[in-house]
Design a protein around this ligand. Structure first.
Ligand SMILES: [Zn+2]
Length: 123
């Protein structure tokens, strides 16, 4: 998750691993899930976006995430640097229209349990 992390008198934006709660410095992925639509719909359902160290942490996070939704959902991931670059880019520029007259609406469906309410035990 993107969080402000305090150091001294400052707060620094950082990616914090949603599995082990340590800062992600180096290889990491963002992980989320989307509901696969059966029919063409103007509403897309997605989970919140989580972050994890690459390797054991992102595998554990993806496994946990898929326990939060039914089998109509599928996990997705992206390298954290690519995600951060896209986030910075589209904070200053409109998203491309891709030929759509109206953007699809998106519903963010939160998981049944929240891994941030207490330190997770993914052992
Ligand atoms: Zn981790």
């Amino acid at each position: 998750m993107i969080e402000f992390v305090p150091r001294g008198t400052h707060n620094y934006p950082a990616f914090v691993c949603d599995t082990c709660r340590e800062l992600i410095v180096g290889p990491g992925n963002v992980v989320w899930a989307v509901k696969v639509p059966h029919i063409k719909s103007d509403v897309r359902e997605t989970s919140p976006v989580y972050a994890a160290h690459r390797g054991r942490c992102d595998r554990v996070l993806e496994k946990w995430l898929m326990t939060q939704y039914d089998d109509e959902w599928m996990p997705l991931w992206e390298e954290i640097g690519e995600f951060a670059a896209g986030l910075a880019h589209y904070a200053k520029q409109e998203l491309p229209k891709n030929g759509e007259s109206q953007p699809r609406r998106q519903l963010v469906k939160h998981p049944a349990s929240d891994p941030h309410q207490e330190l997770p035990d993914f052992s």
